[in-house]
Design a protein around this ligand. Structure first.
Ligand SMILES: *Cc1c(COP(=O)(O)O)cnc(C)c1O
Length: 374
């Protein structure tokens, strides 16, 4: 028998969450963001559920090639653009759209056109997403340089289309006393004024919270497709009608009956107040469960309980006080859905280690067995 820990991928939930993105942004094309191996779910695994999307967005050319290998002929957008002039050969060969966020990338595109000219090759026509730094200060042209970047690119034969792109830092809540999109949106609108072209603004948080106020020809939906709420705890997945797409499940492999004052695990971090029953679960930080978490919620036989003591590499302990039917082999859900349908949102687990659902789902390690549920 393999160790009982598994990550179950729920295909009906992936499809359902994509339909919510469509519902929230009815006038937009929906790009499924599948970076980081589809937020830890596996590109090959999610592909069949996401192939009704209007495009895929990711970072690594190797991941883009994997999507082409699955038969996808539509748009693939590289969200960080090219990392070298060489990458343009792949963009050409695999028909990849890409973000342009800095002058050095424009220089590479110009050099590439010169090489093609010299070799008398047909000039390729790239569809690019010109990124503006509207205030987040990671990637993009500053508003005052944006128009000149646009004109440089627009004058090149090798550019087929230019989409205006930006990314929100605060779409999940209020900042500076107003909605978190407002200050960036104004900067963006001002800077693209009078330029033709489509626009791509919204991530999941903006799609869910502001789609009525924002016009985004292409929305870039990531976390919402994977059943995590981008603005938890203000809204949970039920509020947004999203469903968990990944369930990390394991089993109880040992039971301990404690006397008062006995301790559990490394560092004796948990001390029993009275006699109690605890379960030892085959899940630890080497599976991707956060060591730093304390009192994290779990489901044991679909009944809510919590972890106790320190998470170790291969195991953690759970309180069985209120789970009378718990025994060796009982199902323990670390996040997601139990096999009888009880839900433990990943966001609730994430918050108990001070992180977000994104990090947990991306962090499941490859010793965990993944299984598909259709
Ligand atoms: C990751 C990413 C997204 C998706 O963000 P979510 O919060 O997961 O929806 C959108 N746009 C860009 C540029 C990204 O890097």
């Amino acid at each position: 028998m393999p160790r009982p820990i598994t990550a179950v991928i729920h295909h009906d939930a992936l499809q359902h969450n994509l339909s919510i993105a469509r519902e929230m942004a009815p006038d937009s094309q929906v790009f499924a963001v599948v970076k980081a191996n589809a937020y830890g779910h596996g590109i090959e695994r999610v592909y069949s559920s996401f192939k009704t999307a209007d495009g895929f967005a990711l970072l690594d050319i190797e991941e883009a090639k994997r999507i082409r290998a699955l038969g996808w002929t539509g748009t693939i957008l590289l969200l960080e653009g090219i990392f070298s002039a060489q990458d343009l050969f792949d963009c050409d060969q695999y028909n990849l759209s890409f973000t342009v966020h800095s002058q050095h990338q424009i220089d590479w595109i110009q050099q590439y056109a010169v090489i093609q000219n010299q070799q008398d090759q047909k000039i390729v026509q790239f569809d690019i997403f010109l990124k503006m730094n509207s205030g987040m200060n990671r990637l993009g042209f500053n508003p005052e340089h944006y128009q000149s970047a646009w004109h440089q690119l627009n004058s090149l034969n090798s550019i087929h289309s230019i989409t205006h792109m930006m990314h929100f830092s605060d779409a999940d809540g209020e900042r500076f006393g107003r909605s978190g999109i407002e200050y960036q949106r104004q900067i963006f609108e001002e800077a693209i004024r009078d330029l033709p072209g489509k626009r791509s603004l919204s991530n999941s948080a903006a799609t869910l919270r502001y789609s009525k106020q924002l016009h985004s020809d292409y929305v870039r939906s990531g976390i919402m497709l994977y059943g995590s709420s981008p603005d938890y705890p203000e809204h949970n997945i039920q509020d947004w009608k999203l469903e968990p797409t990944m369930s990390l499940r394991s089993e109880i492999i040992a039971i301990q009956n404690l006397e008062a004052n006995e301790t559990v695990g490394y560092g004796s971090r948990f001390i029993a107040k009275q006699t109690m029953k605890i379960g030892i679960v085959a899940c630890g930080y080497a599976d991707g469960y956060q060591r730093i978490s304390t009192d994290a919620p779990v489901l044991v036989n679909s009944i809510r309980s919590q972890t106790i003591g320190r998470v170790s590499m291969d195991m953690l302990a759970v309180d069985l006080t209120h789970v009378e039917n718990a025994e060796i082999g009982s199902e323990v859900v670390l996040w997601g859905k139990s096999s009888s349908g009880a839900v433990l949102p990943i966001d609730e687990v994430a918050i108990s280690s001070g992180t977000v659902g994104y990090e947990l789902m991306c962090g499941v390690t490859n010793r965990v067995n993944f299984v598909n549920e259709h």
